[in-house]
Structures are given as C-alpha cells and as structure tokens.
Design a protein around this ligand. Sequence first.
Ligand SMILES: [Ca+2]
Ligand SMILES: [Ca+2]
Length: 154
Amino acid sequence: MDTDIITTDTSGKFDFAAHLVTRDAYTARFTKTEEIATNGISTYDIVRVQRHLLGIEPFESPYEYLAADVDRSSSVSIADIIHLRKLVLSIESSLPTFQPWLFINGNYTFSNQINPFVEAYSGNATSFPITAQGVIPPISVIAIKVGDLDFNAK
Ligand SMILES: [Ca+2]
Ligand SMILES: [Ca+2]
C-alpha cells in the first residue's frame, strides 16, 4: 500500500479532486497539534461544566459531553473541573489527555445524545475510509478541543 501524507493548509481545507486518483481507496486521518494547552480554555469553560453538573444548565449535545470529559474517564465529574482549573491557574501545564483534539464524523448521529461515551465511536474518529468511485463525497468533520465547552479554540 502506498502511503502519501498530504497536510492541509491552516484552514484545514483539502481538495481531494486536485490530489487524488479516483480509482484508489483512501483513508483520511485527522490530527491537530497543540502548542498552547490553554487554547480555547478559560474560566468560562469551567463555569459551563459546573452549571451542567449542578443541573442549572445541562449539556444538550454529545459534543459538549465529549469536550467536558477532559480526563477521558467516560463521564463528566468534578475531577474534570479540577483538571481544567489547574490548567487555567497554570498549576498543570496540560490536561491529562494524550490527545487534545477529538475529531468526530459530522455525519454520525449519536444514538444517546446525553451519553456518547458508551458508543464505540465516541472516543476519537481520526480515521475515515474513503473508497473513491467517481465523485468523492464531502467529509464533514467536527473538531473538538478537549475542555473547550463554548468551542472557541482556534
Ligand atoms: Ca471525566
Ligand atoms: Ca472555551
């Protein structure tokens, strides 16, 4: 199997038609390096998780649950808040996750909107198999910075 790695520009956009031969099969993989651990993470995000845990303003989307589970324990708890607080206060230099960004197939519908952790898919979908027969369908990917509840990370 040939492996060519093509990196997108900073916008993340990639034109398959311009680079690929349509008779082959491809796998699209997504990664994003993070130099600044606090990118997108502020006191606001901590408050947002607190409001969810207190039942004041429960999360409404599976993406919020996945973003809030910063220690990847498959649940949102006070432990996640403690990690976020240590990061914001510079007590810790990073969150206890080996991968700061999650990539979710935008076309995937979680069967349980308030407990995405039980789905095999929910961990991280960095790999999208593509079998190109003629036109390659658009790939929709939702990138989530772990710990960023209002999705303002760059
Ligand atoms: Ca957790
Ligand atoms: Ca944020």
